[in-house]
Design a protein around this ligand. Sequence first.
Ligand code: ADP
Ligand code: ASP
Ligand code: MG
Length: 403
Amino acid sequence: MALLVQKFGGTSVADADRIRAVADHVARTRKAGHDVVVVVSAMGKTTDQLVRLAADVSSVRPTRELDMLLSSGERISMALLCMALAELGVSATSFTGSQAGMITDTAHTKAKILEIRPDRLRETLAAGGVPVVAGFQGVSTDREVTTLGRGGSDTTAVALAAALDADACEIYTDVSGVFSTDPRIVPEARKLARVSFDEMLEIAASGGRVLALRSVEFARNHHVPLHVRSSFTWEPGTWVDQEEESMEQAVVTAVTHDTSEAKVTVTGVPDRPGLAAVLFRALAEEHINVDMIVQNTSLHGTTDISFTVPGDDLATSTRVCEALLGELEAQGVTSDSDVARVSLVGAGMKTHPGVTALCFETLAGAGINIEMISTSSIRISCMIRADQAEAAVQALHAAFELA
Ligand code: ADP
Ligand code: ASP
Ligand code: MG
């Protein structure tokens, strides 16, 4: 008998039929003798609708109130799923993030989990029941409702699996696993049977939204095996776990793309030690995750610094930069949100030269200009125009024969 955490994403609980199908699967897992903790996302596109509603109501959206609003989506799903389980004779109890003991920091809309006190979930399990937890939310050390950032239900599920020492965390979604690229862009993409945590981290960080980045970090740090699979076909999916000696190391495992980033450029920055530190410290204090950074070689003692940030943080980032122009003695700030990052990820890249060359040749062959480049030991990313992202993904997927 195992303890399983089963997480169901938005499309998996999008309507009454889907919720009944999920309840049926949970009931079958219980009948097979396993203990189950369920984590649910908001139904369908509920979170997007709530974000839009907030924007329609006001241009001023205090993040505390946004969190109050957005956290309501998951509450709807958890209560409905418990009702569907009750009809099947399965005793289930819903819990908000706060009730489930998800303690976070105070960074509204992108809170980090600090501690988990899942006492009430343990009590429910001990009594033979199924705890159904609202994903994506917690309670801060200031006793406020917080959310964990978009896609955060994955993080809730993995964090609970770690805290409860579950045997596995099953992420049910609308595709049958992790593919060599987004199967919606390249229909012939290949389903991967297994992916290492390191590769999955790079895939998630570079836009392969099938798993939220934070959830993969959590899984790797706490050794939680993840099983990404379909809630439509219920077939075995992709295992994400520790790399083993015997694991085949493909040169390139996956191609990803991300159109949610934006580029900021601070122009005419004097080429002096310490100025970049001032700039990036100020951004860090606003909890902004900077990704690619390019600094031109200085001409006449000044330089331009370009970097990318999540699109949602663009307004804050430009405000931070503008406020620093005096202190930096810099000329100005420009921004550009029509950019996309395409990336190649593969653990075998470390030992195979030539991947970068083929990547650049492929993009050149497709008439795509590269504006910024960044690499890790197992990833190459290029910043390009947003409207060329899909063409770039298709060309790279074909060039590296990933189908
Ligand atoms: P959920 O609501 O279940 O959390 P998401 O929309 O967050 O689902 O994630 C699933 C989606 O991720 C898929 O529908 C697919 O379009 C997209 N995706 C992007 N890259 C990949 C990939 N490499 N493998 C599988 N799915 C991917
Ligand atoms: N409902 C949230 C979102 O859409 C969290 C999640 O689904 O993981 O981002
Ligand atoms: Mg998701």
